[in-house]
Design a binder for this molecule. Structure first.
Ligand SMILES: Cc1ncc(C[n+]2csc(CCOP(=O)(O)OP(=O)(O)O)c2C)c(N)n1
Ligand code: SF4
Ligand SMILES: [Mg+2]
Length: 340
């Protein structure tokens, strides 16, 4: 008998079709952590809706959660369809997977606006600094000096995913590395409980087109330069936090809107992820110091999401019947009268 979680599902019930991504691709490792997080958090797959655009990263949702809803949209246009779908049914948990090309090149406008609206969804950017699916062109996150077989050397300054998210007033910004599965899983768990857009920039090496040790999106560089800001754990609402578990002065507990919390244990630096200025500064500093700084960079658990602001009906609008939606003749007459 396979082991099951609290809702009686085995881990294999969170899987999808067999992957067609290259062996060793960072995206495969992110998929395994999403599957593990949803299983461990006892999530019902049918309560999740997956979104993606175009790219190897955007193909990836096919290889997980095959009992969940899913929508594979146009290149770079996933945030708009996710916004519409989640307004249609805000009871679903939105889980988006995209790439640096999909979100930061062609989809940059959509990326910034979904963040500004704080649409409640997990938004993973599997960032490999290249267009993997179309065979290795430079992307908007490729570093200056990166030389790829197909395009030669990049001379343009890269766009930093986390910095752009901060500039758009994101309420959850984290960076991780596909080579650090434990941290990836913890951040996914926290992101799934955030009431707003949770941006996860995960460095996810493309082993076929951009994995030379000198590349900042390679396994070699990541392992060499990965520096965690803190040690993270996620505590679901059902697991009461025992105060005596806290070593005073060395841990910080960030409560989330649903009663769960993120617990941060200090490592080398004294860093508070609820401080916006500190977040902007740490992103800039880590780039200047050539570090892959990973962890929860910023969180604001209190800002209302788009769904909170829209004052939605109790019943999701995709389940309302015609008679609930159609105004009566008297109401229409009143509206018309107000206009003259
Ligand atoms: C409108 C449009 N332009 C260009 C393409 C070609 N195209 C397909 S995937 C892709 C880049 C994907 O890169 P990324 O999002 O980084 O995904 P990866 O494959 O690296 O995971 C491009 C340019 C397309 N499908 N549609
Ligand atoms: S081409 Fe690159 S990004 Fe695409 S599946 Fe292969 S390793 Fe992954
Ligand atoms: Mg890419």
């Amino acid at each position: 008998m396979a082991k099951t979680n609290k809702i009686g599902l085995s881990k294999s019930e969170y899987k999808g079709a067999p992957t067609t991504l290259c062996q060793g691709c960072g995206h495969n490792s992110i998929l395994s952590q999403i599957i593990a997080a949803c299983y461990e958090m006892d999530m019902m797959p049918e309560d999740i809706v997956k979104f993606s655009g175009i790219g190897c990263s955007s193909k990836a949702p096919t290889y997980m959660l095959d009992r969940s809803f899913g929508f594979n949209g146009l290149h770079g246009r996933m945030p708009a369809l996710a916004t519409g779908a989640l307004i249609g049914d805000p009871t679903l948990t939105g889980l988006a997977m995209s790439g640096d090309g999909d979100s930061i090149s062609i989809g940059m406008g959509q990326f910034k606006h979904v963040i500004r609206r704080n649409v409640p969804m997990v938004y993973i950017i599997a960032n490999n600094g290249t267009y993997g699916l179309t065979k290795g062109q430079l992307s908007a996150t490729s570093e200056v000096g990166l030389t790829l077989k197909k395009q030669g050397t990049n001379e343009l300054v890269p766009i930093d995913v986390c910095f752009e998210a901060m500039a758009s007033n994101a309420t959850f910004v984290a960076r991780s590395f596909a080579g650090d599965p434990k941290q990836v899983k913890t951040l996914i768990k926290a992101a799934l409980h955030h009431n707003g857009t949770a941006i996860l920039d995960i460095i996810s090496p493309c082993v076929t087109f951009n994995n030379q040790d000198s590349s900042v999106h390679s396994y070699g560089w990541g392992r060499e330069h990965n520096t965690a800001i803190h040690d993270l754990s996620f505590i679901p609402a059902r697991d009461e936090i025992m105060l005596e578990d806290f070593e005073e002065g060395t841990t910080q507990n960030v409560p989330m809107h649903d009663g769960s919390s993120v617990r941060l244990k200090k490592l080398d630096r004294d860093y508070d992820p609820t401080n916006r200025m500190a977040a902007v500064q740490i992103i800039e500093e880590s780039n200047a110091d050539n570090l892959l700084l990973t962890g929860l960079i910023y969180i604001d658990p209190d800002r209302p999401s788009l769904i909170d602001l829209l004052n939605m009906t109790e019943e999701p609008i995709n389940r309302l019947k015609d008679e609930d939606l159609r105004p009566t003749a008297e109401t229409l007459a009143e509206i018309n009268a107000e206009m003259f």
